[in-house]
Ligand binder design. Sequence first.
Ligand code: FES
Length: 339
Amino acid sequence: MSYQVTVEPTGDVIEVEEGQTILAAALRQGVWLPFACGHGTCGTCKVQVLEGFGDAGNASSFALMDVERDEGKVLACCCLPESDMTIEADIDVDPDFAGHPVQDYQAEVRALAMLSPTILGITLKLDRYMPFQAGQYINLQVPGVEGTRAFSIANPPSQGGTVELHVRKVEGGAATTWLHEQLKVGDTLDLSGPYGQFFVRKSDAQDVIFIAGGSGLSSPEAMILDLIEEGDARQIYLFQGARNVAELYHRERFEALAAAHEQFHYIPPALNAALPEDNWQGFHGFVHEAVADYFSRRCSGHKAYLCGPPPMIDAAVSTLMQSRLFERDIHMERFLTAA
Ligand code: FES
């Protein structure tokens, strides 16, 4: 049993299986609808029902207020159609968005390695090639843990049969603890993807600043490798923030990349707690301070891509805006660490 949902104003028609949400069906059929959390708490996926009806599902009362329900609004990530429907969505698709459909994959664990004292690198071999844009993420099902966890893909799309993840162990977090302590090479995991709107806008040719904190390095790493592989001529700056030198994982990889490609600039010394034994000669401080220092508070003419924990993002956005970037020049992935 399935229902047809027509999406206005584009006129796209999607088939929604019984028990499937409008958003899940749309993403799997390559139809873009705005969304963020994917589980009824942020309200980003709110749409107006023009015809038909559906079960509102698990929409929280913050994300969908009673008055909005009365007006015929639903959350696409929660709504289960109970008839054919027509919905109206505020669709503003970025021209650089490729819109690769979300699909389910099985993955075999090919390699596990501690990249830093807290971050585990997981290399997964997918059962088939997954088209994606560098910077996007997957939702991983962790055995014994309810729901899925989002992890950014750290490798470029040219290696689309592989997914490399950087997983920080979160204290008390069931999923990341299981991955760190139980996962073995040869295990199989289920995942779906690709998701997300975090990718380099290639239609503009402005130089790019990447600012990464903690395991938020994963998507910038994929984006940088992708740009370099494609022979992109723009200047690329990577600021990698970490608490101490041991957490600056993949430092040698980026130093080698910078030595081989003169348009790539690697600035790692954004340490806020360098240990005396590190004998660190570089910049001491937060990553946003390193950006301001490097560009002498003039970042105009660049596009910035930020990925990391919310406090780092907030500080970096405010520094960039004080350094003459506009909101439209800044793209970000708030890395709500998967627990
Ligand atoms: Fe957040 Fe639907 S995407 S409420």
